[in-house]
Design a protein around this ligand. Structure first.
Ligand code: ZN
Length: 181
């Protein structure tokens, strides 16, 4: 979700879009926050194109989830291609009293990050995907996880988008009589 929300749309409807994926500061914070250590940044042009492709794919898949529709076979195979980019390998680690297997990336690069993001999304589909939603404000489309008991949350932050949409509905109602006269 953090990755999906790297696209910032102006929720007030100016149409302005900020792509934070292009910001070195955002990428650094993202890599640190999710503990993707050792990833070389900035990504090259091909890697950046793949990142944008993954983000478009996941956005489409979240829209499909939001519409309560089944995922298309094409989108599922595309997600599978991202899952296969950097398959982790098991690595035996000796602890004091026991051994454990740790899954290690074959390479610590942006393709590893993409595989992990795709994996995280696939796990959502296995789990409770009805909680993954997009803000109902069409100018915002912020992706969030609805933790409310009845799964009735519709806005990213009620006091912003919820209020804005309330005002718009009110204005639309007010506008109707004036059209008739
Ligand atoms: Zn919103």
């Amino acid at each position: 979700m953090d990755f999906l929300n790297s696209i910032l749309r102006d929720w007030k409807g100016s149409g302005q879009i900020e792509d934070r994926l292009e910001s070195p500061k955002w990428r650094r914070q993202f890599l640190d926050a999710w503990q993707f250590f050792g990833v070389e940044d900035p990504p090259g042009p091909n890697t950046m194109a793949s990142l944008i492709q993954l983000r478009c794919l996941l956005q489409r898949m979240v829209e499909t989830l939001d519409a309560r529709e089944p995922q298309s076979p094409g989108d599922i195979s595309e997600l599978n291609r991202f899952l296969a980019l950097r398959q982790p390998i098991p690595c035996l680690v000796a602890e004091e009293q026991h051994y454990r297997l740790q899954m290690q990336p074959t390479q610590r690069d942006w393709y590893w990050v993409m595989t992990e993001i795709a994996l995280s999304f696939a796990r959502i589909l296995l789990d409770d995907y009805t909680r993954v939603k997009m803000c109902a404000n069409p100018d915002c489309r912020w992706v969030f996880y609805d933790e409310s008991r009845n799964r009735t949350r519709r806005w990213c932050e009620r006091r912003y988008c919820g209020n804005l949409m309330k005002v718009r509905r009110f204005r639309a109602r007010q506008a109707v009589p004036s059209v008739k006269t």
